[in-house]
Design a protein around this ligand. Structure first.
Ligand SMILES: [Zn+2]
Ligand SMILES: [Zn+2]
Length: 94
């Protein structure tokens, strides 16, 4: 087993996977995919998709990340509303 990208040879599968985990470029160059959440490596997209479906923890995180823009937006709205409220308060005080 060896990484053709950087010409490193590996004794076992674990160190091979470990190398990919640490070297994203090597992994991507070889066409492997990694689960962003548990750092498991998959040879095919369908394997990663199957993993996402079966691993509840990863799926939960993926959903959380997918919801991030809406979470950020709702927080931003609250901040803006609070800011407007404070500005109005200042204006009415004058
Ligand atoms: Zn490499
Ligand atoms: Zn995972």
């Amino acid at each position: 087993m060896n990484c053709t990208e950087c010409n490193v040879e590996f004794m076992d599968n674990a160190s091979f996977v470990n190398h990919f985990t640490k070297n994203r470029k090597c992994m991507e160059a070889k066409g492997y995919l990694m689960c962003e959440f548990c750092e498991k490596i998959f040879k095919e997209k369908s394997h990663l998709e199957a993993h996402m479906k079966s691993s509840k923890a990863c799926l939960k995180l993926a959903r959380y990340i997918a919801n991030m823009p809406t979470i950020i937006n709702s927080i931003r709205k609250e901040i803006e509303e609070e800011y407007e409220r404070q500005v109005k308060e200042l204006l009415t005080k004058k």
